[in-house]
Design a protein around this ligand. Sequence first.
Ligand SMILES: Nc1nc2c(ncn2[C@@H]2O[C@H](COP(=O)(O)OP(=O)(O)O)[C@@H](O)[C@H]2O)c(=O)[nH]1
Ligand SMILES: [Mg+2]
Length: 421
Amino acid sequence: MRVVDQKPTRAIVAAVQRPGASDVEFESSLAELRQLAKTLGFEVVGTLTQKRARLDAEAYLGTGKREELRALAQAGAEVVLVDHEISPSQAHNLAREIGCEVMDRSMVILEIFHRHARSAAARAQVEIARLGYMGPRLREAAKQAGPKDRARSGTGGRSGGESHGELDRRKIRDRIAELQKELDAMALGRSTQRARRQERQGLARVALVGYTNAGKSTLMRALTGNAALVADKLFATLDTTVRALHPGSVPRILVSDTVGFIKNLPHGLVASFKSTLDEALEASLLAHVVDASDAGFERQLAVTEEVLDEIGAKGVPRLLVFNKIDRGGDAAALRDRYPGCVVMSARRAADVAALREAIVAFFRRDLVEAELFLPWAAQKLRGEIFAACEVLEERADGDGVLLRVRGAPEALQRLRAVHRR
Ligand SMILES: Nc1nc2c(ncn2[C@@H]2O[C@H](COP(=O)(O)OP(=O)(O)O)[C@@H](O)[C@H]2O)c(=O)[nH]1
Ligand SMILES: [Mg+2]
């Protein structure tokens, strides 16, 4: 939706605190929304909150607060992010009154999922959720457009008396049905997907999973540095959230940053969240990043593991990473309780180096030695072999080169298969 280049979109976060919500819950939800906004590349320039028994039926905030928000927005903000799911008419009225765009929590989250959806299934699932969300909003817009709109109906091929709103509603319904059919067909084609996955699993891939704000993107940057984007054709469709570990290693290890878990995930978005997370299944190692300084980390850890099981990642090996230990948490107790875990701070270079070592060690663990014969006619494969394996010895041998290599069994198998083609 917004392409962020040099200048980030300035956003204001606005929220009503109802009597049921404790200060801690309220603050934590706001902090999460700010982090979600940052994930979208927004710069949060202000926050406006109000204690109120009920959300204002007309425009979410009370009249006085709306005035305040308008002044704040006019001082330099392009979008207001509301920390609730609000109705289309509330959003519409608020936007009109304060004179800038309004996004509610669901819309912010949908935008993030949209950016993370890679597989055809994830894209279809997110699109369905987006259409479900957009539907009522288009209707609201049509209603606001009012009689003018209706007067034009009956022309231009529309059946008599059908307004733009009704037409859009029908189009959306049809599109959702179509996407649902596609999804069903994909479910039938699962076995081919699995095969493709296995092929990819032969490559060394580690996916960072965990809650929003745990430090995944920070660790991603720290682990991959300014390494060039991965230009492997297998990953041509992937974006900047996949990068090579830097400094490099043999075999080359790819790190991917997955969509974060969200504490306040609107119910209607659960299915699209899970489908978007399914890229984690393509990794052979999941680095589960936990904010050790968060009082609720144990519950977050449990929820993450549950959902990973649900999407079929139960068998994928884990590396538990307790991050932000500089902010709090008991390192000794964590090491004791979760054997094999890494306790660290992304702010300490030595800790990042230790995490890198743990990841490299994982992929080294089950490397095997093998000999590959590369005929002179197949020298194009050389680069691929050197990227996937450590080459221990190289000997010219009659019709080609004999390479003694060390690599992952799956990678060796894949190379042999390509070789034979
Ligand atoms: N104190 C501290 N802050 C961290 C650490 N790692 C990340 N952060 C901060 O936590 C916030 C969320 O980090 P981010 O990487 O965006 O989290 P993500 O949502 O999991 O991708 C950012 O403000 C980071 O600067 C850490 O080890 N210590
Ligand atoms: Mg992130």
